[in-house]
Design a protein around this ligand. Sequence first.
Ligand code: ATP
Ligand code: FE
Ligand code: MG
Length: 336
Amino acid sequence: MPLLAIESSCDETAVAIYGKSSSSDNNGLLASLISSQIELHKDLGGVVPELASRNHTQRISPLVAEALEKAGLGAQEIDAFAATGGPGLASSLTVGHSFAKGLALAAKKPFLSVNHMEGHLLSPFVGEEQIPPHLALIVSGGHTLLIRVRLVGDYQLLGQTLDDAAGEAFDKVAKMLELPYPGGPEIEKLAKTGDPTAFDFPRSMLNENNLDFSFSGLKTSVLYTLKKLPNPRERLPDLCASFQAAVFEVLIAKALRAARREKLSLVTLSGGVSCNATLREQLSAACHEEGLTFRSSPPSLSTDNAAMIAFAAYHRLRAGQTSSLSTDIDPNLKLA
Ligand code: ATP
Ligand code: FE
Ligand code: MG
């Protein structure tokens, strides 16, 4: 039962075809294409919504055609069409969402509107038939979430950021350090040769007895430190390593606290920040020390992609759920 999904919530146009039964290799992914707009927005310092949506409009048709060709399927062989319905930029979401509805209408097949964060949440399991109960830490450009997952669709929000998301903090600090956009990978690269104890940045809310996060104070602290340094450019590796260490210490401590409190033995990590090898290694080690099992989304499925949307849609469809063709996008769609 091949299913085609479109992701266009921000600055990546992505199309994937997922069909577990027809292919056992590549985790059931018959195609997964991503057309990134990073080059387009790079010199503008961030995503410009108007440019992003026009670019999605240009790229969506050829990308769908290419995905079908890659999978060796005609549109009439696809059994359901899905798209990200939110959260994200309204004008970007609309392009992929409308396109998938049009395909579903033409083919007389079901349509599924998928929550982008559910895509991230389920990405560590792509290719699998069962989603076990677990504690999920999602760290992306717009969200920092701790979620208790009972089964597909049964999500309980345990904690979240009260201000900046973890990925947003990476991007803002990278901008202060005059590193190219997007900042996360640049900070990781520099941090590799830096000393994570060189600067003692704040671990906000670490000792508060809740599961929430705050990263805006850390960002300000980096800014003040930077202003006081005579030659900040010489200290970039130390600044990056120390900043990263502050973010990760809080993420790891709260994820473990949540798992303990909820008596969950499986911890997962997903979202763009989970591309960071240091975070994956440190959280993995911390879990093993506590006798917990750890799983991360593979780096290729950590930043935005359509494979995770197709996979979430597959599980929704299996549970008998579909969306009406009048379903609208929701830029502020909530997961739980
Ligand atoms: P959301 O999913 O919340 O709507 P988004 O889709 O923009 O936001 P993702 O695509 O999941 O977010 O992730 C992008 C974020 O991941 C950016 O903030 C980016 O800086 C960060 N990121 C990517 N790679 C790394 C890395 N190696 N280290 C740290 N952060 C990273
Ligand atoms: Fe995302
Ligand atoms: Mg993105």
